[in-house]
Design a protein around this ligand. Structure first.
Ligand code: NAD
Length: 349
């Protein structure tokens, strides 16, 4: 079951290289990479916005206008969207399972960001609006077995999203869909499945499994403890998308007219059990660790994978970086972060 939204009947205009692109959440992991991606592609006017002070952003790209604004407030959204030709909303209060299962109210409050930002984009006359949704919008009843069948786009309804975070995503998706249906602003929605890579959160409680496991292996080696604690029993499965695939996918989705107001999976279809993730991280680190399982830790749904039938059919493309390749780069980057922290330098966390 899903709703029928109108399709685009004529070509929708995109931003030219000197038009203003606004990227919200740019102090964080994915939007920080998206700013760098568009700059690299030759866009000369990019406005990056985040509520964190610029000194705390994970990445700062030269030649970009950086604004520190809390986008849960409506006047700040109007300021952020002024003159925007395309607007990408990746701002949200979020983290891995340890965060979203214990901060449901904070997650739900991100509804304010999209609610004000989509209206501000509309008032500014933006030509395309992108919203970062999540696989957590899917019906959790379909994700109770580690041998999960991959989730396809229609599996969000009937709705039983992840409490807190998933519902915020589902309702924000609907806002975007109605701004197209009622007000003709082209909106694009990707449901990300776990994203990882260099410049992502790797410590402090908001990190996700690939970064957390890589860090634990690095720390076990350094401390010579030769032990690792794993959340859950290790049989949980997920798919993990490397950051380069994610930003490329955002660009392709936002510039595909056939996808207007149509949520689409953006994830890898390579299914990885957490125990296997630990095997790979141990292989990269050249160690074998004694595993203990923390069974009462937050672990989320038992299994989840991305069904990429629709994205392959629509874009002729899907995220393709193998997990071993992506984790190797991520592991090496976290190693340098751990060393920098030990040396008293500023790090991303
Ligand atoms: P992140 O936490 O690294 O970045 C989010 C940024 O939003 C942060 O820098 C934060 O300061 C900012 N922010 C939060 N509240 C704000 C506010 N009120 N005003 C302005 N900025 C605010 O997260 P990320 O991993 O880069 O995720 C980006 C988007 O992708 C989010 O919407 C997230 O829900 C979605 N997503 C991410 C993943 C993933 O695996 N990383 C998976 C599914 C969906």
């Amino acid at each position: 079951m899903s709703y029928d939204f109108p399709k685009a009947t004529s070509h929708l205009p995109s931003a030219a290289k000197d038009d203003l692109i606004v990227i919200a959440g740019a102090g964080g992991f994915i939007a920080g990479a998206l700013v760098a991606y568009f700059k690299e592609k030759g866009f000369s006017r990019i406005r990056a916005v985040d509520k964190k002070p610029v000194q705390q952003w994970y990445r700062v790209t030269r030649g970009v206008e950086n604004l520190c604004l809390d986008l849960s407030e409506e006047p700040n959204c109007r300021r952020a969207a002024e003159g925007a030709v395309e607007l990408y909303n990746l701002a949200a209060d979020m983290g891995g399972m340890g965060f979203i299962e214990t901060h449901r109210i904070d997650c739900l409050r991100s509804i304010l960001i999209n609610t004000h930002l989509v209206e501000a984009a509309y008032m500014a006359g933006a030509r395309r609006y992108f919203y970062a949704s999540s696989a957590c919008a899917y019906n959790t009843d379909l994700q109770k077995s580690p041998d999960v069948v991959a989730l396809k786009e229609s599996d969000a309804y009937p709705a039983m999203a992840e409490r807190g975070y998933g519902w915020e995503k589902l309702v924000s998706e609907m806002f975007c869909q109605e701004y197209w249906a009622e007000r003709s602003m082209p909106t694009f929605i990707a449901r990300f499945h776990n994203v990882y890579g260099p410049h992502g959160t790797w410590d402090g409680g908001r990190e996700k499994a690939p970064a957390a496991i890589a860090r634990k292996v690095i720390e076990a080696k350094l401390s010579k403890s030769n032990a690792i604690e794993i959340w859950g029993d290790g049989t949980q499965t997920r798919s993990f998308m490397y950051i380069d695939d994610c930003v490329k996918g955002i660009d392709m989705i936002t510039h595909c007219d056939a996808l207007v107001a149509t949520p689409i999976n953006l994830g890898s279809s390579e299914l990885i059990a957490i125990n296997h993730l630990v095997d790979i991280a141990e292989g990269i680190g050249g160690v074998k660790l004694a595993r203990s399982y923390k069974l009462d830790a937050p672990k989320g749904v038992a299994g989840r994978n991305s069904d990429n039938t629709f994205i392959k059919k629509t874009l002729g493309w899907e995220p393709s970086t193998t997990f071993t390749e992506g984790l190797t780069k991520t592991y090496r980057w976290i190693e340098t972060q751990v060393a920098d922290r030990a040396a008293g330098k500023r790090t991303v966390e």
